[in-house]
Ligand binder design. Sequence first.
Ligand code: C5P
Length: 231
Amino acid sequence: MSANPRLLIALDFPSATQALALAAQLDPNRCRLKVGKELFTRAGPALIERLQGAGFQIFLDLKFHDIPNTVAAACRAAADLGVWMLNVHASGGPAMLEAAREALAAYAQPPKLIAVTLLTSLSASDLRAIGCSGDPLERVLLLAKLAQEAGLDGIVCSPREAAEVRAALGRDFLLVTPGVRPRGADLGDQKRVMTPAEALAAGADYLVIGRPITAAPDPLAALNTIEETLS
Ligand code: C5P
């Protein structure tokens, strides 16, 4: 692949058949694909191989969070699949993050390793309920720093946090943002969205987009329309 597509399409489908049908309508030079917990649990490594066989680079979004030894082994399993990017929870702590990074160090072309800071579904009161006081953004910045100090490549964050994270952590740290909607698109269950152009301007490197493309009558046309707003 010569290009470095910034759009990561979330294949939030319950079956390999649906995921492959969507992939057949897309172009691997124009986007990468994100496979998450539901699809991977149903369709497994065989689907990853088929998508990669069709030329797509894969972000395996399984958000590993466990003891360091278990997470390191899971990261090696993901790297053995040849995925382009994988993720872990930053709240697993420094030892877990370092174990994940070290597990990938032996690979000639390791996947990019990024950390989830705070799930954007958690409100300030949810955080208090699990014993975390303080401002959610401060927590995002703390966890992002932890991920950077452990040598990870970047984090997942809301586009609304991207500018602060970028300012605090510098240019060489990848920011992957979901919660992106083209202007005028159906928001679905996303509440605090930015347009793709706004998210990139705020400092995002890669944009995760699902339904605006996967639920479009012509997914490639929807992708083209989004790309046009970025050039
Ligand atoms: O369809 P939509 O564009 O909303 O899909 C966004 C994708 O990003 C989904 O796979 C969703 O699970 C993921 N995601 C998110 N918000 C987060 C973290 C991940 O929407 N905070």
